[in-house]
Design a protein around this ligand. Structure first.
Ligand code: HOZ
Length: 430
């Protein structure tokens, strides 16, 4: 038995499903998790000493690669000064100034501890500001695990076998109106029926929790227009796209300005962090300057701020990083597409910049319904083959592949070779 298998056997006796977050349990690919011991650059290493080229990158934040020396030095420095004070610190001001300086739509920002918390707080703020209760979310988009947003959500919910979640009272989701991604008519229908009750539309500007689904041209612009027409707020959940598509996130990439933006782990360089921000007039409603209550002892934690500031500053100071990352990602996903075609497969490859997904379906994937046409058994077989051959993919069809600045051409070619071996062997269908 491998060390990972032994650890998993122990883990299931003391942790639900043996993990602290469902997708990493490998359940949806019918396997057991590799227990990761360390990471460096684009690689991670498990407890058995196996090396993997990593395409998860802690679900996005490791844009510089694992264990970046500068980020580590800043974390060690911060640790030496103390781990947490639960009091105001200069480094929080530095982070707020950095974020406000990088994202034009953000005039004020509040740090929290996760993307879930950021979204939950932004929704409360939108409701407080508009004095309305309803929100529109898109099926297949995932905005963390707060009660009101577990409605036809993406990510682990899509493979959990339970459509939403047990334990969420009906009252908590009564004001959540589901609409179809990339379908403005489904949004208009809600507004036509009860537009004066809708506080906000929340959207992943690139849906990256049902695989990767790019917004169709005009979709995000259309949402902006509808929100303006009805006095609702537009919230971009940039937990995945923020500081990944470019220094100014999806909003810069697509040129659409939201009223509020939420961020997650990437803002802390991999440390547990989230943030929400937007127009001054709206943000001033957050306590203690306003009446929307939200708090947290660890919010703005100095160690997390140090890691985040170092990573964001490096990205800010090197605009060529995004150009290089996006160029190599275009090339990589283009080659995946070519390889599939020449091996005789019509599986779909979606990608935006360094986010991508290979769907085991020949239907174009533009929303939740088309994402679900994917053959998840075929994906599972492929995913397990890749893992066994040293390529670590998210163990679910409905997650993204993340490339980082640390991925070398050699590592990407090696990945392509392993994929090619798999598909040329006539595998890849259930
Ligand atoms: N889709 C999630 C990240 N946005 C997966 C992370 C997890 O469940 O651990």
């Amino acid at each position: 038995m491998t060390k990972s298998e032994t650890l998993f056997q122990e883990a299931v006796t003391v942790m639900p499903g043996g993990v602290n977050s469902p997708v990493r349990a490998f359940g949806s690919v019918g396997a057991t998790p590799r227990f990761i011991k360390s990471g460096k650059g684009a690689c991670i290493y498990d407890e058995d000493g196996n090396q993997y080229i990593d395409y998860v990158g802690s679900w996005g934040p490791m844009i510089l690669g694992h264990a970046n020396e500068k980020v580590l030095d800043s974390v060690i420095d911060a640790c030496r000064r103390g781990l947490s004070f639960g009091a105001a610190t200069a480094i929080e001001v530095e982070m707020a100034k950095l974020v406000c300086g990088l994202i034009p739509s953000i005039e004020m920002v509040r740090m929290v501890n996760s993307g879930t918390e950021a979204v939950m707080s932004a929704i409360r703020l939108a409701r407080g500001y508009t004095k309305r209760n309803k929100i529109i979310k898109f099926t297949g988009c995932y905005h963390g695990h707060s009660d009101g947003l577990l409605v036809q959500a993406g990510s682990g919910v899509m493979t959990s076998g339970v459509p939403d979640s047990l334990g969420v009272p009906e009252g908590c989701t009564r004001d959540t109106l589901p609409a179809d991604y990339n379908n403005l008519d489904s949004v208009k229908e809600h507004f036509q029926r009860c537009g004066e009750e809708i506080a906000a539309v929340i959207v992943e500007p690139v849906a990256a929790n049902m695989g990767v689904v790019p917004p169709k041209p005009g979709f995000l612009q259309g949402l902006r227009k509808i929100c303006e027409e009805y006095g609702a707020l537009l919230i971009f959940d940039e937990v995945i796209t923020g500081f990944r598509l470019g220094i100014d996130g999806a909003q810069g990439y697509y040129g659409v300005t939201p009223d509020l933006t939420t961020f997650g782990k990437i803002i802390g360089g991999g440390m547990p962090v989230g943030a929400y921000g937007g127009k001054r007039e709206i943000m001033e409603l957050v306590s203690p300057s306003g009446g929307v209550y939200q708090a947290g002892t660890l919010s703005g934690n100095p160690v997390a701020m140090a890691a985040g500031i170092t990573q964001l500053t490096m990205l800010k100071e090197h605009p060529e990083y995004y150009r290089d990352l996006n160029e190599k990602s275009d090339k990589f996903f283009g080659k995946v597409q070519e390889m599939l075609r020449s091996a005789g497969y019509s599986w779909q490859v979606n990608h935006v910049a360094s986010l991508g997904c290979l769907y085991f379906t020949d239907t174009e994937v533009t929303d939740y319904e088309s994402a679900k046409t994917s053959d998840t058994k075929a994906f599972a077989d492929y995913c397990n083959y890749m893992t066994d051959h040293g390529v670590y993919l998210a163990p679910s069809q409905f997650e993204a592949m993340f490339l980082s600045l640390a991925h070398t051409e050699e590592q990407m070619n090696e990945t392509l070779n392993i994929m090619e071996q798999y598909f040329l062997a006539g595998l890849g269908q259930s």
